[in-house]
Design a protein around this ligand. Structure first.
Ligand code: ASP
Length: 353
């Protein structure tokens, strides 16, 4: 009798084990082994077709394509959203076309000071570096802050020391010099001295006037949903041309330019950082979804097209939610952007559609 019931229990246990063994991994984690999404941006601003040469446009499209390919290679193998966003951002940091890493814009003093942040939506861990001048890939240093320190944010020399100790590649400051950005600083300086004459106009307003049309924001970013249902976000930037006195933008500020939470979405922003900080942009989008029950589309639209515009700021963001929905709103003339899905569906765009 006892032997009988024991064997019933045992066969029950075996049946459950067999059943669970056969279940796809996603059933455990709330993910989907056939579904992932990677979205990237390479900055927003006055990017208009009339000022773009076919060669330049091709080069930007290729830059975005390369970044998507790097992240996709990871996600396709069932890899983590976190690894994918870091890989995608790294590719754009190494590409001088984008305002991050090599190709970062110059400060008023003629330096390259970079900011970056990364966030893991599965555990709300985050890391960022700000005002760094010698770290080849600031996004990797941000990840080191997240994973190898008990802190979230490090700045300047301390961040650089920590990055070197953590094995990040350190380069001379001259590595970040590009002629294109240097010329950009000279143009901004001219406009800035015009500012003192025009009194109330900020340099940004002047830069946006017709004739000063080369004005654009930079920054690169990536957000991803992986097959396990985890979300991650990464942002890296040289900030804004001609920025002054240790200015830090929204990119490295968790909740402003960068945010990820498995409960809601992952976000990376680009644009006039001061406005994004004041609106606590990325976390506000997440909160609207979590607390007000808005869709990703509604929440991002409200924050970028209404609230950011109402305040006089400009820029855009990329976002993916836990269901894999994508949003890429911007209130500027253009935003370098693209996405790839597990199905292979890919899109790369620059201008307003
Ligand atoms: N948001 C960045 C900053 O203010 C600039 C940008 O996106 O181009 O530093």
């Amino acid at each position: 009798m006892r032997k009988n019931s024991l064997s019933i229990v045992m066969s029950g246990v075996i049946a459950v084990v067999i059943m669970l063994w056969g279940m796809p991994a996603f059933a455990w984690q709330g993910g989907d082994s056939t579904r992932y999404v990677l979205v990237i941006h390479g900055g927003a601003g006055t990017i208009v077709k009339e000022q773009m040469t076919p060669e330049k446009e091709k080069a930007y499209r290729k830059g975005l394509q390369d970044a998507l390919a790097a992240g996709n290679a990871i996600l396709k193998k069932g890899g983590n959203a976190l690894d994918a966003v870091e890989a995608a951002v790294k590719v754009m940091e190494d590409n001088p076309l984008f305002n991050a890493g090599k190709g970062a814009v110059f400060t008023n003093e003629g330096k390259n000071e970079m900011d970056a942040a990364i966030m893991n939506g599965s555990n709300l861990q985050a890391g960022s570096v700000a005002g760094v001048t010698t770290i080849k890939n600031p996004i990797t240093a941000a990840r080191a802050v997240m994973e190898k320190s008990e802190h979230v944010m490090m700045t300047g020399k301390g961040a650089e020391q920590f990055a070197a100790k953590s094995g990040c590649s350190i380069v001379p400051t001259s590595y970040f010099y590009t002629e294109e950005r240097w010329k950009g600083l000279q143009r901004a300086r001219q406009l800035d001295s015009a500012k003192t004459r025009l009194d109330h106009d900020s340099v940004h307003v002047l830069l946006k006037q017709p004739g000063n049309r080369d004005y654009k924001y930079g920054t690169v970013g990536a957000v991803a949903l992986d097959t396990k249902g985890n979300l991650a976000a990464a942002t890296s930037t040289g900030g804004m041309t001609n920025k002054k006195y240790g200015r830090i933008g929204d990119a490295p500020i968790i909740g402003a330019g960068t945010y990820a939470n498995n409960k809601t979405c992952a976000i990376s922003c680009t644009g006039w950082g001061e406005f994004f900080i004041r609106l606590v942009m990325a976390k506000s989008v997440s909160d609207r979804i979590e607390l007000a029950g808005e869709t990703l589309q509604q929440a991002t639209n409200e924050m970028i097209m209404k609230q950011l515009s109402a305040l006089g700021g400009d820029g855009g963001l990329i976002a993916v939610d836990k269901q894999g929905n994508i949003a890429m709103p911007f209130n500027t003339k253009g935003m370098y952007r693209g996405y790839i899905k597990a199905s292979g569906e890919t899109a790369i765009d620059i201008y307003i559609n």
